[in-house]
Each structure stands twice: as C-alpha cells, then as structure tokens.
Ligand binder design. Structure first.
Ligand SMILES: [Zn+2]
Length: 175
C-alpha cells in the first residue's frame, strides 16, 4: 500500500508511511504518529462529554511516548493522570484540575521507568475502531498504556500526595 518511506515511531513502535521521516522530540514520536494523534484529538475534543475523555487520551499518548528527549514534567503529568483515572476513579476533568494544581508548584520532576512490556494498542487501533466503539477503544488503549507503568505506581502516587485528597470526589466515575 505504501510506496514511499516508512518510519517507526520511537514511542509506540508504529510503522507508518512518511515522506520526511521527521521525529517530534517533545513527544518521542514520529510526526506521522503525531498526525494520527491530532486526528484523534479532533474527535475527543468534539465529544463534549462530562467525563472529559480527551484528558485520558492526551495522557495515554504521552505515557506511551515517554523517552529521553521528553521533558520529565510531561511524562510525570501523563502518568499522574493515568494513575488517577485507573487507580483512583477520577474523571478526566478532575485530572485536569490536578494537573493545574501540580503545575503551580515549581519542582524537579522525577523520571520513571517503564516495565519492559509494550502496550497492546496504539493510537491507530483507536482511530480504526468504529465510532460507536471509539470511546471504549480509548479506555482500553489508555489502560494498556497504564499497564506498562504499573511498576511505578507507588512512586507516582507519592508524587500526588496532597493533591489526591484535595480533589477526591465523592462521585467518582468508574472506567
Ligand atoms: Zn507513536
């Protein structure tokens, strides 16, 4: 199907057609993979859902594309978001508020070590899902990304000491 060059995304491993083979170092991603993510974010931003699944989408993507060129704060925020959603029952909207709160405190953000396993899904799998299945696919993808970071759960939780209690909702949603 592809006649031109292909490039492997250093973050998620997707091999995609690419004319220029350019990487986006801020995301440890190929620009071809970033294009897929832009396409998905058009969809999630248009959802207008109270849960704010868009936040989970952004965090899943950043969590899957951690790497040496990515700022530690970007990965820390993404992992905090995935942790809060999958382990603490937060909504994407609540995660957004925690991120704002975290951003107010200037500090050194630690680097985290991923388990030596790849996520079972990528942004392309989500885009290929039928519209009626897309939100489920996003959750499944995000959960698979979170699974690759489970070994760091206690360090990520420690990062959030003080933030979780403050924003803990009495109407937590299940993912
Ligand atoms: Zn990628």
């Amino acid at each position: 199907m592809t006649t031109g060059h292909e490039i492997e995304c250093p973050g998620c491993g997707l091999i995609l057609p690419s004319d220029d083979e350019v990487l986006d170092p801020d995301y440890n991603a190929s620009t071809a993979c970033r294009d897929l993510m832009y396409e998905l974010t058009y969809y999630t931003l248009a959802l207008g859902d109270p849960f704010f699944l868009h936040q989970v989408t952004v965090d899943a993507y950043a969590g899957q594309h951690a790497g040496p060129t990515v700022k530690p704060i970007s990965t820390a925020f993404a992992l905090a978001g995935l942790y809060l959603v999958f382990e603490r029952g937060f909504t994407g909207r609540q995660v957004q508020r925690v991120h704002m709160e975290m951003g107010r405190h200037k500090r050194e953000w630690p680097r985290f070590q991923r388990l030596n396993t790849a996520a079972t899904m990528t942004v392309r799998d989500v885009l290929r899902a039928h519209d009626s299945q897309k939100t489920d696919a996003i959750r499944e993808w995000a959960r698979s990304v979170w699974g690759t970071w489970k070994g760091e759960e206690s360090r990520i939780a420690a990062l959030l000491t003080g933030h979780v209690t403050r924003f803990r909702s009495d109407h937590a949603f299940e993912m």
